[in-house]
Structures are given as C-alpha cells and as structure tokens.
Design a protein around this ligand. Sequence first.
Ligand code: AMP
Length: 392
Amino acid sequence: MRTVDQFNFKNKRAIIRVDFNVPIENNKVADTSRIKAAKQTIDKVCKDGGSCILVSHLGRPIGFQKEFSMTNIINEVENVLERNVFLSKDVIGPDAKKKSLHLKPTQVLLLENVRFHDEEKKGDIDFAKELSLLADCYINDAFGTAHRAHASTTTITTFFNDKFFGKCLEQEVNSIKKVLNSGKKPILAILGGAKISSKIPILKNIIKIADHIIVGGGMSFTFIKAMGGQIGLSIHEDSMLETAKEILEKAKKYNVKIHLPIDVVCSKKFDNESEQRVFDITKIDNDFQGMDAGPKSLDLFEKVVMDSNTILWNGPLGVFEFSNFSNGTKMLGYFISKSTKGGAFSLVGGGDSVAAVKKFKIENKMSYVSTGGGAMLECLEGKNLPGINALL
Ligand code: AMP
C-alpha cells in the first residue's frame, strides 16, 4: 500500500478524489464528517508544499443540476478545511484547466461535481485522461465510492505512476483488515437492521471469521420464525427462512455462537406512541410486532460484548429512529464503548449504525467509525473494491 506519507508533494499538483457527498438540509451541510475525513490528506500535501485539486461527486445529478453544484458546499468546505478553497465552474473544461494550471504551492481547488458528466459513472477512459491532465499525481481518499469502478476512482489511476492511498482510505482499509484478517479473538460481529436478505453475503463471510455473532433488530425475526417461534406481526422475510436455517447449521460447523434476542419490546403499530409490551421473542402475540431489544436480550448482549476483543457493528437493534424504541441500540453503543475503553477494537460500519452512534454522540468512543456505507458492506462481504485495487 503506497500512502501519502511515503511521498514528498513539494511543487506537485495532486488530484485528490475525496468524498464530499454530504447531506444538504435547508441549504446547509447537515453533516460535515466526510469533509473532515479528507482534511488530514489535504494538510499533508500542503505542508509538503504541494497543491490540491479536489474532485468529488455530490448527490445523483443527471447532467448539470444547480442543486448538486459544489457552490452549495464550498463555504462549508472552506470552514472545515480551515483554508481558502478555489472553485472551478467545470470539471475538465477551460475553467478547471486554467485554475489548476495556476495553482500555487499550498493552494486548494475544488472542481465542480464530477457526476455532471455521465462519463464518470461509465468509467470513461477519455474523460479520465482529461481529468488526469490537470495534475502530476493521484490520491484516492474517498472510501465511500471505492466500490465503484468510476472514471475518477478507478480508470484515472492508469494515467499515473505516482498514485497513493489518502489517509482516510488507509485508515478504513486498516480498520477492516484489523477485523477480517488479524482480529484479536474473541471476535464478535453484531448484525442488525431491517432486512436479512441484504445482510446474507456479510453473514456468510463473517461466519468464517467470527467467534460470536449477535443477530439483532428486524433481522432476528426471520431466524426466530425459522426455528419455530411465534413472531406476531414482526418484520421478516419468508423467502429467507431456509437460508436462516442454513446459516444456523453453518455456524455449528464453524463453531461460531449465534446469539439471538431473548425478549423484545413490541408495539401494536409501527408508531412511536403505540402501546408497548415486552414479550419472549418466541411467543409474541398475534397483534404485536417486535420493535426493540428487551432487557434480558440486552443483559446477554452486554456480556458477549464485554467478553470480546474485536467488535464489528453493522445495523441497529431496533427502530432507533423512534425515541421509545431506541433504548436497545443506545445501550448496545454504550456496551461497545465500555468494551473499547477496556481495550477491545471496535469498528462501526454501514449507514444506520453509523447514524446511530452519531445520534447518541458516542462516535468518539468507538475505535473507528467508517465513512463508507456500501463500500464497507462490500468489504465485509469479502469483495475486493475496484477503487482500492486500482491503487495497488
Ligand atoms: P438496514 O438498512 O437493513 O441496516 O436497516 C436499518 C433499519 O432497520 C433502521 O431504519 C431501523 O429502524 C430498522 N429496524 C431495526 N429493527 C427493526 C424492527 N424490529 N422492525 C422494523 N424495522 C427495524
């Protein structure tokens, strides 16, 4: 792995693929984490006396659309990076060419949204070449798009001898390796969320690595039903019943202990204010649905989390968006932070668990919180990501 720390960027113009695909609410950047994640790489290049040409996508535009223009985020980018940032009106057009050519050492330029060109998603070679001509060397620091074989993440690398892992990408890759390749045992994977079908490839891969797997949240009901339990109106996938049974069998073969919830906080309707009752997870009344982990489940999960040295968390234990059903996810975050304080390595990855640790303000108590949703899931499935392969 060739990282930015192994190179002196003095007088070099580095094109840096960053992930500034940030959420915008009421014309404001609602979460700046992804911009913050790129700061260390930009600082390193500038400290060496190099200049940076930042390239990113924002949203899913079809051609040029004003609401996806980088003009919407440039002020926040300057605030977070704590430096002046120039903005070009285009990506490979005359303005980008002129501004990148005139960049002086330590200056930073942000190009317009790379997805205004549909060549980006196609991985178009001519577009990638034009983009590469703006710079002397290439850095990828956008883990969030590393699973896409796009022009600015993958094709462009063929035009550079000097291509590097940015610091954020390096940390992401190292954190995943720390769990999947060299995790200190016992290794625990916690998988939650709504749908078992979307997590099957992860379960199949993780089962070969983990010592313990907690299956929580909506996913657990398919397993409970497959084992003959009564799950009332709880979310489940009948088409996955056989797969759930196969996974339970496979776990035995690999000597992995799967922990399912014991009890569950249920409600009559999918509503925060609906009547609540705790049921044994195998005996839920017909007119109730499971919404959150119950107290006995949390006691069990706490013990497993505290006994683990490596913890991977993907997916909430309940409908954490509803305040009355967020306790299980919040408590799980607390157990992981306690275990991390005691020396365990914890990695939180995948959209909703990351949203949960942010909501409960325990982000800093985890060893690493991933910046990538889909990219992280693909890594956990054991896939090689094109954006990473292209740098090797
Ligand atoms: P996923 O994208 O598959 O990780 O699912 C995340 C979503 O799962 C969150 O929006 C949660 O509200 C939802 N979820 C977790 N537990 C349950 C449950 N018991 N019933 C319905 N939805 C759930």
